[in-house]
Write a protein that binds this ligand. Structure first.
Ligand code: UFG
Length: 340
């Protein structure tokens, strides 16, 4: 069964391709390589022992997307990762985010409609919840205002897909709301390759520990949480990746009751920034140089998932804990030191 994966050389996309190949899917990988490296493809092929059909295409180019789908109109599904994802960059350059993330989605949906591809999985984010009033968040938790243009593109993307589903009853979609993906493949052959300085906590931790960055700043210890730092739901990227294979199979096996369904993908554990640092130090025996600084604009105080729906319906369970994820992130940082 053939699946088209957009953004396939990116962080979650690359780990998902490995999982899809392990589960006997054929993969057509599409990426414009604007935020990822072709190197990742070679490593995916090493892990899987399989060749990938790769297209360097910008999904904002409608004709290129239609040509690709025309060539692969036998695909059983599409997993759409391709998007820009830096929260601070989206605050600085909102038009870039709205144009890129929405235009690409519209072109992909147009092609899915034109070639009647039956199944669609969309990368959404826990950031769609905004500052949720009740924790953990379930899929029914009311959606608040987005805290950044990035988060807003995910809310708009979800709305577009819901509208699309209403008028395309034979096309089935799943929206996967990721919490905070971290870590790397256990082989240490693929992982996140940050472009410029990382914004996210875990690459910032590993780059500090290895000496690329002088010090980590914890953004605030005066929040109303158990130790004053923000709480998030960190989840191993391989666990997120496997959920895509399960979601696609769920649709293929026609187990869905709605043609546009939504699932939280989080571990269910709320963990503070200071606890993440402790887990890193414990797992890797590295001492981290960190200081406490001011709050970062746009941060929600706390968010973590109720993942009961994904567990029950997709039969999804997390294989890795926080320390496994920190160890794998560190192994990947050590590997990148050799590579780049
Ligand atoms: N943090 C620090 N210091 C840093 C970096 C982060 O203390 O140098 C803290 C943040 O304040 C936050 C936590 O670490 O409390 C996690 O921050 P991240 O930037 O790693 O992730 P976010 O929770 O901000 O999540 C954002 C988006 C998600 C997206 C995720 C990964 O809201 O949608 O980044 O790109 F999935």
């Amino acid at each position: 069964m053939k699946v088209i994966v957009t953004g396939g050389t990116g962080y979650i996309g690359s780990h998902t391709i490995v999982d899809l190949l392990e589960n006997n899917f054929d993969v057509v990988c599409v990426d414009n390589l604007s935020r990822s490296k072709k190197y990742t493809l070679v490593e995916i092929e090493k892990i899987s022992g399989k060749k990938i059909n790769f297209y360097q295409i910008d999904l904002c180019d409608k004709q290129a997307v239609l040509d690709l789908f025309s060539e692969h109109n036998d695909a059983v599904g599409v997993i759409h990762f391709a998007a820009l994802k830096s929260v601070p960059e989206s605050v600085e350059n909102p038009l870039l985010y709205y144009t890129n993330n929405i235009d690409s989605l519209l072109n992909v949906l147009l092609a899915i409609q034109q070639f009647s591809i039956p199944n669609f999985v969309f990368s959404s984010s826990c950031s769609v919840y905004g500052n949720a009033e009740q924790l953990p968040v379930t899929e029914q938790t009311p959606i608040k205002n987005a805290e950044s243009p990035y988060a807003h593109t995910k809310q708009i993307g979800e709305d577009i897909i819901r509208n699309f589903a209403n008028t395309n009853p034979r096309i089935n979609s799943i929206l996967l709301r990721y919490f905070n993906p971290i870590g790397a493949h256990p082989s240490a052959l693929i992982g996140e390759i940050p472009i410029d300085q990382p914004n996210n906590l875990v690459p910032y931790i590993t780059q500090t520990a290895i000496g690329k960055l002088p010090q980590l700043t914890v953004f605030g210890n005066d929040y109303p949480t158990r130790d004053g730092s923000n709480i998030r739901d960190y989840i191993h990227v391989c666990d997120i990746a496997h959920a895509h294979t399960l979601a696609l199979n769920f649709l293929i096996d026609k187990k869905n009751t709605s043609n546009c369904d939504v699932f939280n993908l989080g571990s269910g554990n709320g963990v503070s920034v200071l606890e993440v640092i402790q887990a890193f130090e414990k797992a890797t025996l590295q001492k981290l140089n960190y200081t406490i600084g001011a709050r970062r604009a746009g941060d929600v105080v706390a968010v973590y998932a109720d993942n009961t729906k994904a567990a029950k319906q997709l039969n999804w369970q997390c294989k890795y804990n926080l320390e496994d994820a920190m160890q794998s992130a560190w192994n990947w940082e050590l590997k990148m030191q050799e590579l780049f």
